[in-house]
Ligand binder design. Structure first.
Ligand code: B1M
Length: 216
């Protein structure tokens, strides 16, 4: 295990430096050595993204660096996703998830989606830049139990309220729970826009979703 941990520091460095191949090969090795996907994600991958974010904020790196780190993170996450998948015949609920209109950040949202899948939910992932119309028609078509919205920008988080207002107008609000998340979102904000719940990370999102549909 000590060997795996040394390698995993390389994963943190690979994500920070935006090195896709290195991120993928270290993740493969860690999986082969039996390290749990959740540990790889929480202790190394997310920390790598946080570090690149801090460098971006302080002007040490620029948007292309963010893109390269995001690509490395996605590559590593693709290896872990199949290990986190649930079984189709045992779904405990159905979730429609997307990043709201105007916002292209999808790493955290995809992480949350993978965790939901790994914990027994069926997930309809609408991608990024999702309009209220798309959220509503996907929720209707799929008879979703929960709509989950993600936003990473202070400018786009306000669109979450538009989606909730549109849900009210469509008559669907009483039939579907609404969860929100993303770095600028808070519990107070969630309450102010009429969402059912806010969670700060992927693990908490799964626990909350189960609670909302009485599955725990
Ligand atoms: Co941008 N970006 N970005 N970016 N980016 C941030 C968010 C920023 C904080 C960076 C900074 O200045 N420090 C800043 C926002 C400032 C603000 O609004 N106050 C910012 C900016 C300004 C921008 C641009 C405007 C930059 C520009 O072009 N000048 C631009 C906007 C584009 C757009 O969306 N329209 C932009 C673009 C990009 C890239 C495309 C280059 C890239 C995204 C690539 C991609 O996602 N495919 C990118 C990245 C990578 C970041 C940072 C560095 C990292 C985000 C990330 O992936 N974090 C970010 C800085 C930072 O966060 N430190 C930044 C890792 C991820 C695992 O965490 O997404 O928070 P997170 O998800 C967590 C939780 O929030 C929660 O669970 C997840 C896992 O635990 N969660 C949920 C998330 N969604 C949830 C939904 C739920 C529940 C929980 O539903 C119930």
């Amino acid at each position: 295990m000590i060997n795996a941990m040394n390698n995993l520091n390389e994963l943190y460095e690979a994500i920070l430096a935006g090195k896709l191949e290195q991120a993928v090969s270290v993740t493969r090795e860690a999986v082969a050595e039996g390290v749990a996907p959740q540990e790889i994600i929480n202790e190394y991958m997310i920390k790598g993204m946080e570090a690149i974010g801090a460098r971006f904020e302080s002007g040490q790196v620029f948007v292309p660096n963010l893109l390269m780190s995001a690509r490395a993170m996605r590559g590593a996450l693709d290896i872990l996703k199949p290990l986190m998948q649930g079984k189709a015949d045992s779904y405990i609920g159905r979730i429609v998830i997307g990043t709201v209109k105007g916002d292209l950040h999808d790493i955290g949202k995809n992480l949350v989606a993978s965790m939901f899948e790994g914990c027994g939910f069926e997930v309809i992932n609408l991608g990024v830049d999702v309009s209220s119309d798309k959220f509503i028609s996907a929720a209707l078509e799929n008879k979703a139990d929960i709509i989950c919205m993600s936003a990473l920008l202070t400018t786009t988080m306000n669109y979450m309220k538009e989606v909730i207002d549109a849900l009210e107008t469509s008559g669907l609000r009483g039939k579907v729970k609404v969860m929100v998340g993303g770095a600028p979102v808070s519990d107070a904000f969630a309450r102010s826009i009429g969402a059912d719940a806010y969670t700060s990370n992927a693990n908490a999102a799964v626990i909350m979703a189960k609670k909302l549909i009485n599955a725990c």
